[in-house]
Design a protein around this ligand. Structure first.
Ligand code: IMP
Ligand code: MG
Length: 192
């Protein structure tokens, strides 16, 4: 380790048990809102009217956990967006590293993002999705840092697990410079 390496302290923020309960609760709200499309059991299939979009990389565990509670046929797709670089503040420049390949025209879209902060990433991406003319676009997030929303961002999440403050969080897909994503629980990260 070089002398310039920073040191960080991790404080428990959300337990695995709490994360599981929040995912189940969010899925139940979605099942209720889209109840016209709910199927009776695993053998009952209709053509999916719902597109579930996972914002990579951070939402990989969140979408995997939540989709297992969804009782509606859906197509899942992935978009890889980048805005953070290596720091704890969003760079403000959003890059699409890999886009979805599903035709969303006339379909209901739900975007799954593990955390919404300034809202710039989702504002940018939702504008793009609108040009493909989906029937509706909703946003589901585990953690909403609503007080951090930038003034120009028009994002209001439709499904919110918990509201958070300005703290920087890691674990359960959330990273700091690509570290800590694999932790099963969520922690607050502070430089010491
Ligand atoms: P926004 O554009 O500022 O809303 O940031 C969106 C993305 O930044 C999220 O989907 C996360 O990937 C990342 N992000 C925001 N807050 C945090 C945090 O506290 N820890 C780790 N990543 C974060
Ligand atoms: Mg994310």
């Amino acid at each position: 380790m070089s002398k310039t390496d920073k040191k960080y302290k991790l404080t428990p923020y959300l337990s695995k048990q709490k994360i599981d309960a929040l995912c189940k609760d969010l899925a139940e709200q979605i099942n209720e809102d889209y109840k016209d499309f709910v199927v009776k059991g695993p053998e009952d299939h209709t053509s999916p009217q719902l597109i579930a979009i996972c914002i990579l990389k951070g939402s990989l565990f969140f979408i995997a956990d939540i989709l297992r509670h969804i009782k509606i046929p859906f197509i899942v797709d992935f978009v890889k967006l980048s805005s953070y670089g290596k720091g704890m503040k969003s760079s403000g420049t959003i890059t699409i590293l890999q886009d979805i390949s599903t035709d969303i025209y006339g379909k209901h879209v739900i975007i799954f993002d593990e955390i919404v902060d300034s809202g710039r990433t989702l504002s940018f991406y939702i504008e793009r999705l609108r040009s493909a003319e989906p029937k509706s676009i909703k946003v589901c997030t585990l953690i909403d840092k609503k007080i951090c929303r930038s003034p120009e961002s028009k994002i209001d999440a439709d499904y919110v697990g918990i509201n958070a403050g300005e703290e920087f969080l890691v674990g359960y897909g959330l990273d700091h410079a690509e570290q800590y994503r694999n932790l099963a629980e969520i922690y607050q990260l502070k430089e010491i």
